[in-house]
Design a protein around this ligand. Structure first.
Ligand code: GSH
Length: 334
């Protein structure tokens, strides 16, 4: 694990000294938007028009942030529009590597780079910052459009509607306020919460994160007792963002990140949501548990020095979810 400083790679673990043992995620730096007409979006510059075949995603199947973009790509039927390079699951002294010696790892389909940081350097030879996935790449301008998954899923949701994306609006305007509110809590205490617990280097930092995580999960469990999804019976990006963490929870976070008060299997509604979304067309194909488990257990020597992958629980995401008793799934715009 490391970062680029003025275009040079430095192998460094997260520094938690300045924050009393708390893990703080840095902000993504490329914030342009693909739009239907190529005009600038809410941030960044214009010039990124939605076009078939123009864009590419760099992902890791292990990464929950990248996973969101793969599921949104599947929901919107964008597989033919946006192709994908899949990283090797290990992330060690060179950061993410575009090696092919793991089933499903594709290498770099565009340039043949073997390190993910070379993609950042291609976009900006003086880049300083972390080398994260997902990366949304523009093959035309040969640069990074955006490396913030929350924004990438928003653009995939709507920008390609005029050029053949599958109908479906997972972020409808009238639900936006509610979606943003749930996203904030889920991001803070669940998506990033598991990392804050796992990467904490003081007891206090861990206690804070783990307590807030399980409090949030209890609230979400109750909320999902009222309706099929987080925003009523309409499936939205908020459900997807929660789902990517739920999927990894029992297989990894319970042990590796010490999130062990309860398992997702102990929460009937969260477990139901996990299965419900897993069983939607195209979603199971985005799930690669071997990448997920190999990545976490082997990429964090400070918390698992011998890189031993645990035996793991037996999980069946294809089992009945019983969520239809709360209402029929609605997808806006279909
Ligand atoms: N806010 C970013 C976070 C992405 C992120 O942190 N990805 C992790 C993988 S799970 C990563 O690439 N970490 C490398 C690092 O921090 O150096 C997003 O949602 O896109």
């Amino acid at each position: 694990m490391g970062l680029l400083v003025d275009g040079k790679w430095h192998d460094e673990w997260y520094d938690t000294k300045a924050t009393e043992g708390r893990f703080e995620r840095s902000k993504s730096q490329f914030r342009n938007w693909i739009t239907a007409d190529g005009k600038a979006g809410p941030s960044g510059d214009g010039g990124f028009k939605a076009e078939r075949g123009r864009y590419h995603l760099y992902v890791s199947y292990a990464c929950p942030w990248a996973h969101r973009t793969l599921v949104m790509r599947a929901w919107k039927g964008l597989e033919e529009h946006i192709d994908v390079s899949v990283s090797h699951p290990l992330m060690l002294e060179n950061g993410w590597e575009l090696r092919m010696d793991f089933p499903g790892a594709t290498g770099d389909l565009l340039y043949g780079f073997d390190k993910m940081y070379q993609v950042y350097l291609k976009a900006d030879p003086h880049y300083s910052g972390r080398v994260t996935v997902p990366i949304l790449w523009d093959k035309d301008r040969e640069t990074i459009v955006n490396n913030e998954s929350a924004e990438i899923i928003r653009m995939l949701n709507s920008a390609f509607d005029g050029v053949g994306a599958r109908p479906g609006d997972y972020c409808p305007q009238d639900l936006l306020e509610g979606i943003d509110a749930v996203n904030d809590t889920v991001y803070e205490h669940v998506n990033n919460g598991v990392y804050k617990a796992g990467f904490a280097t003081t007891q206090t930092a861990y206690d804070e994160a783990a307590t807030a995580l399980f409090r949030a999960l209890e609230d979400l469990e109750n909320r999902l007792g009222e309706s099929r999804y987080l925003l009523g019976n309409t499936l939205t990006e908020a459900d997807l963002r929660l789902w990517a963490t739920l999927l990894r929870f029992d297989a990894v976070y319970v042990t590796h990140f010490k999130c062990d008060r309860k398992r997702i299997a102990d929460f009937p509604n969260l477990n139901g949501l996990l299965r419900d979304i897993y069983q939607m067309p195209g979603v199971a194909d985005t799930v690669h548990m071997d990448h997920i488990r190999h990545h976490y257990f082997c990429s964090h020597p400070t918390i698992n020095p011998h890189g031993i992958v645990s035996i793991g629980p037996v999980l069946d995401f294809s089992a009945l979810h019983h969520r239809e008793r709360l209402g029929q799934q609605k997808i806006r715009g279909t």
